[in-house]
Every structure is written in structure tokens, then in C-alpha cells.
Design a protein around this ligand. Structure first.
Ligand code: 6PG
Length: 241
């Protein structure tokens, strides 16, 4: 795996760089009258990114009609629940910008998990191009938990890294909360994969992964890069010091 590391002085600068990249890629697609298909993760880290993208000074120059937004994973709760990834994205970004509602492809955490995993996989098959039987996103934005999980692929369920499914049901190892998640092959099929990792709490695991140590093999995030073997990591300097 080749880890392309982008290290910034602060969390704000890190999130700002990711926001700029998304705008640049989306606007380039808009010029070609094409969509930019982006899958986003949940958790606390993306919240800052989304708030930056919602700011008028940024949002005004974004071709929102060209952005189609999907989710990497979702907690099996109502969209209005405080733990909902969609709910967090809606509150911090979607309600503030002019993205067409038909460009928003929510995972329905409120539905029966097995049914929703099937529905979402079928939707992806109809909406996105495919390669080797899996959908192709233009960019997948991933986070990493402090146990080295990414998406909702946890260390106790590494089988999801190689699942034949496009979308699967996962269970959080501590809370036992059900999750809907894109699987490893779907993640790896993306044109670009970008990890947004900030804060000292993840520094040790990030260092193991980026150094490709034996220890790193315990962490799902270590296995996720494009089929070309590229994984882009955007971090603030506290992660790497
Ligand atoms: C989720 C996310 C998950 C997240 C990591 C990092 O649903 O929790 O998709 O994979 O990216 O847990 O979360 P933080 O940004 O909150 O550390």
C-alpha cells in the first residue's frame, strides 16, 4: 500500500484542504456536465469539514448540482437520532446548501438492517458505474476509530474486508449497535480513497498503519486503499508527531 500523507498544522487546515479538494473535483465534473459521486463517513471528524463546506464563503463557489452524496456507513437509528450519520451531515451541511434532494442517497438506518443493506446495494448498482462487480465511487471519505476501524468494519469482523456483498450489516463491538456499511471491496473500488484523521487519540494506530508494521495488520483501516494500492491520508500534525 502506498500511503500519500498530507500533514497540516491544524485540524482546521486539514479539514479545509479536504473541502477544497471536494469542491475542485466536483466543479471539474460540473464543467463536463457530469456528477461527482462522493461517499462520506460519520463520526465527529467530518463535522468540521461539513461546517466549512456549509459556510457561505465556501459554498457560493461550489457547483452543488454536480455533487451526489452517499454514505459509507450508518448507525441503525432514526435519521433524527443524535447518533445518525445522515442526521449529522444534514445538520452541519445539507440543510444549509443548495444540493438537490435527488442528489442525496441516504442509508435508511431506521429500516430493517438486512433489508436496507440489500436496498442500498441495489440502488448503488443502478446509480453508479461498476468495476469487477462492485460500484465505483469517485471519492470515498473515511475516518478511523481509535480501535483502527473504518466505515463500520471493526477489528472483530475483518471478514467484511473481503465480503462478496457490496453493503453489509455490522455490529459495533461494544455497544452492539447495528450498522449498515459499505464492505471492503466496495471501498477499495473507489477512484480515490481519502482518510481524514485528526487528533492525538489516533496517533499511535495511524503511525503503525503508515509504517506498515506487523501490528498494523490488526486494524481494518490498514487494508483500505484503491485497487491501485493508494491510500491518501489527510492529518493534522498532532497525529504524526
Ligand atoms: C461512524 C464512522 C466511523 C468513523 C470513525 C471515526 O459511523 O462512526 O463512519 O467509521 O469514521 O469512527 O470517527 P470520529 O471521526 O468520530 O473519530
Amino acid at each position: 500500500m502506498t500511503y500519500q500523507q498530507h500533514i497540516f498544522a491544524s485540524v482546521d487546515e486539514t479539514a479545509g484542504a479536504v473541502a477544497e479538494l471536494i469542491r475542485e473535483l466536483t466543479n471539474a465534473r460540473a464543467e463536463l456536465s457530469q456528477f461527482f459521486n462522493l461517499a462520506v463517513s460519520g463520526g465527529s471528524t467530518p463535522k468540521l469539514l461539513f461546517r466549512m463546506m456549509a459556510d457561505e464563503s465556501f459554498s457560493a463557489d461550489m457547483r452543488w448540482e454536480a455533487l451526489r452524496i452517499f454514505w459509507v456507513d450508518e448507525r441503525c437509528v432514526e435519521p433524527t437520532h443524535e447518533e445518525s450519520n445522515f442526521g449529522m451531515t444534514y445538520d452541519s451541511l445539507l440543510q444549509h446548501v443548495k444540493i438537490p434532494s435527488e442528489n442525496i442517497f441516504r442509508m435508511k438506518g431506521e429500516d430493517i438492517p438486512d433489508n436496507e443493506a440489500i436496498r442500498y446495494a441495489d440502488m448503488l448498482r443502478h446509480v453508479l458505474p461498476a468495476k469487477e462487480g462492485y460500484p465505483v465511487f469517485d471519492l470515498i471519505l473515511l475516518g478511523m476509530g481509535d480501535d483502527g476501524h473504518t466505515a463500520s468494519i471493526f477489528p472483530d469482523n475483518m471478514a467484511l474486508l473481503e465480503s462478496e456483498k457490496t453493503v453489509a450489516v455490522a455490529t459495533h463491538p461494544q455497544s452492539r449497535q447495528k450498522r449498515i456499511t459499505l464492505t471492503g471491496p466496495t471501498l477499495r473500488n473507489a477512484v480515490r480513497i481519502l482518510f481524514l484523521v485528526t487528533g492525538t487519540g489516533k496517533a499511535n494506530i495511524a503511525r503503525e498503519i503508515l509504517s506498515q508494521t506487523q501490528e498494523a495488520k490488526k486494524y481494518p483501516a490498514a487494508y483500505i486503499g484503491t485497487t491501485a494500492g493508494i491510500s491518501e491520508w489527510y492529518m493534522d500534525k498532532s497525529v504524526t508527531e
